[in-house]
Design a protein around this ligand. Sequence first.
Ligand SMILES: *[C@@H]1O[C@H](CO)[C@@H](O)[C@H](O)[C@H]1NC(C)=O
Ligand SMILES: *[C@@H]1O[C@H](CO)[C@@H](O)[C@H](O)[C@H]1NC(C)=O
Ligand SMILES: *[C@@H]1O[C@H](CO)[C@@H](O)[C@H](O)[C@H]1NC(C)=O
Ligand SMILES: CC(=O)N[C@H]1CO[C@H](CO)[C@@H](O)[C@@H]1O
Length: 850
Amino acid sequence: MRRLRLGGDVNSLTLLSRAVSFPLQKLSAHQHTMASDGRKQPPWIPPQPRPDAQLPRLKIYNSLTRSKDDFVPVDPEGKVVTWYACGPTVYEDAHLGHAKNYVSTDIIRRIMKDYFGFRVKFVMNTTDIDDKIILQGRQQYLLSRFKHEHASEDDSVSDPVLAEGRAAFKHYICKNLPSLPSDTSPETFFEAVGKAYKGKAGLPPPADPATGQQGQAATVAELLLKVHIGTAGSAAEALQAPGTLPAFFAKTDDVLLPYLDSLHGAEMDSNNHQIYLELGRKFERRFFEDMNALNVLVPDQLTRVTEYVPQIVCFVEKIVANGFGYATPDGSVYFDIDSFEKAGHSYSRLEPWNKNDRALQADGEGSLSKGKSMKRGENHFALWKASKPGEPAWPSPWGHGRPGWHIECSAMASEVIGKTIDIHSGGVDLRFPHHDNELAQSEAYWSSPSCQVQWTNYFVHMGQLRIRGLKMSKSLKNYTTIRSVLSEQEWSARSLRICFLLMPWQDGIEVTDELMKAVVGWEGKLNNFFLKSLDLWKHSLAKTSGQEELGIADQQLLSALEKAKMDVDMALCDSFNTSAVMRILSDLVTESNSAEGLSNQTVFLLARWVTRIIAIFGLDPEGDLGNPDRIGWSGLDIPVLAKPYVYHASQLRDKVRTLACSGSVDHAAVAKLADGTTITASSPVAERSQPYDLVLQQFRTDVKALAAQQAPAKDLLALCDQLRDVHLWNLGIYLEDRNSPQPALVRPLDKLLVEARAAQESAGAAKAKAKLEQQAREAEAERELRERAKIHPLQMFKTSGEYLEWDESGIPTVDAAGTVVSKNRRKKLLKEWEKQKMRHEEWLATQQAE
Ligand SMILES: *[C@@H]1O[C@H](CO)[C@@H](O)[C@H](O)[C@H]1NC(C)=O
Ligand SMILES: *[C@@H]1O[C@H](CO)[C@@H](O)[C@H](O)[C@H]1NC(C)=O
Ligand SMILES: *[C@@H]1O[C@H](CO)[C@@H](O)[C@H](O)[C@H]1NC(C)=O
Ligand SMILES: CC(=O)N[C@H]1CO[C@H](CO)[C@@H](O)[C@@H]1O
């Protein structure tokens, strides 16, 4: 199961710094290495296809071998593919990092299904009980109980609430800001922080990820520190100036949550699972809403941990029976890595170099498992955890407890899919220890001395999204939920997916301005291509089309299309190289744009194929692969409610422009046009159509007014521009003017248009600025000239120190070096002198006039 690895504790710190300082690209250095203790990795045994199975020549990058392996499913027909994906731990809204993982997974799944034609059985399970959910559920429950108990009529903060708030504050700083003196109070907090964490509170932004990776570890620690100082600081403020009860809680929630849990957590009834189930269901529902918004296909089957507890217990029992697990007196069960290896198995096959990384292992054991355990080896991991008081529990042969983190997936996948899974996926952060532990458990479960089982044939791990080198994390209070991103228009579901398609799925992505630009450019290019093709389609349908002759341009483009098809096939077979495909599509569109004299049929053929590929990639939520005639993707049309008004306005504008450009303007004809534009659409105008209606009416009125005034053509054209650039633009609609007699293309605005206009405006602003600067320079020169004009020509050569002697008019005869001024030189100087004389006389004249 996927989950965030970051808690506010020390383990998480090491983990995060590791995640940062160990980017994916570096892993290649470990390719085919031995385990850290020098053992050789066991061989990966490729599945054997039946001789008559017709398989695509697909290779998949497999984390198990760290290389691209031929893909062969277990199904002898080569048709069915079983896929188990680690789903979310449902206790918070999914953030952009999750979007990267699930969208990349969805892209590969769709390609397997819709391009290669496999029958993919995609199973995903949500983790609805684990340490994070327990803590979150319990803390939220206790806090809302506390709030309920202390509610007051007038929203004032009572003394008992203040007292608990102070205790919570103290509890928080003891735990998270240990350098502060133990008697630090809300009143002395800021001063104490200033002393204890000098220079750390005003932290610099994270270092450039392109430079020193090592420097990042400190930055993460500092970021966490900053978060803790911020949390305690806001509580300190509220405790000194409480305000209303809701305002007080808004600033103290984060210190109250862990405090109340430390007081009352252990009193919770461990048989009451309701609060955790409710939390899990809520965020599971929200997770699938987000996935739907991102056009991610729903799983074919969904499993939940809380619904598989009996199967999990049986799974653990069999591992123990096979000799690879043991129960401890406290009622937990651990996996015995030593006996597993002694029996000839290999542990940590995915990341052998991390086999002894205790911090990673400890993190895998969960935040409630700190402290002493009775396990026999430090690296042994929990299969079943005895529940401490206040933790939810299920019955088992070992007492009341709950599943360990890794066992869930093994048990559920084995239950639903069986002994061997074709594809198992998750984020790269799940490779170790989660997936390595799953592998070990499942082999321990399925294998017998006579039969070794390769539980998963292809492990597929998605690269992570990073922001300035950092993985997104809740504990850094530094993450953006999918919901907020999509509601803010910065990204659409499509632009996010394009972003992920442009980069290799297995690599980490840093979202840079450059990448954003590439996304906007690619999307805008396809928008334009689809709009043009659709427009052609509409207009060619209107006429009865005969058989078109194919010219040279057609033949060239058709062979480019054939080549593109082959290249796309090669790229997708090469471990789903979508970035290569994106480039191929873009190049093909460029070629089509620059071709002249194409027949309509060629354009349609091309557009339909591009439409098919982008639908396979999931870029068209309305995509229908069963409809071979579809061209384009959703969102190419303006809102239905706007249509009658906008098209009328656009047609009137087209005609006015034609008349205005015809030389002498026939004002009577213009006026008649405006009068003739009446709309037969339903009246009264629907509320959401009103803005469009208003624009149309205003335009008609303005046209008539100009016609009545016999206004010149340029005024009419300016009005037409205003309709396009202001009124319709502000409603999200653009009129793209084309060569007459073609009407303007009516289309929605997209980011490329918006950015092009912004660039144009800033270029215009730069030009205006340059002009102002030029004027200023000229004024300055003018002023200098006037200043110089005050000098009498007799004096003009005497102040610079360049000359030693002058004649009676003040023209130099000997220069500073003692050389006599030559004839030529004198000629030039004389010219200057005469000019100055003239200017000076002019100046004298103005002086006398005043
Ligand atoms: C994360 O936090 C750091 C430090 O507060 C800040 O500089 C950065 O902009 C944040 N990033 C995001 C994505 O919010
Ligand atoms: C091709 O499209 C154009 C413009 O839409 C149309 O005028 C023309 O008739 C079409 N040609 C054929 C042969 O359909
Ligand atoms: C994808 O294809 C491109 C172009 O052929 C190539 O440069 C790139 O290395 C490939 N990416 C991967 C991850 O193989
Ligand atoms: C028992 C159980 O966990 N899991 C569910 C797994 O998903 C299938 C299909 O959605 C359900 O039928 C099971 O109930």
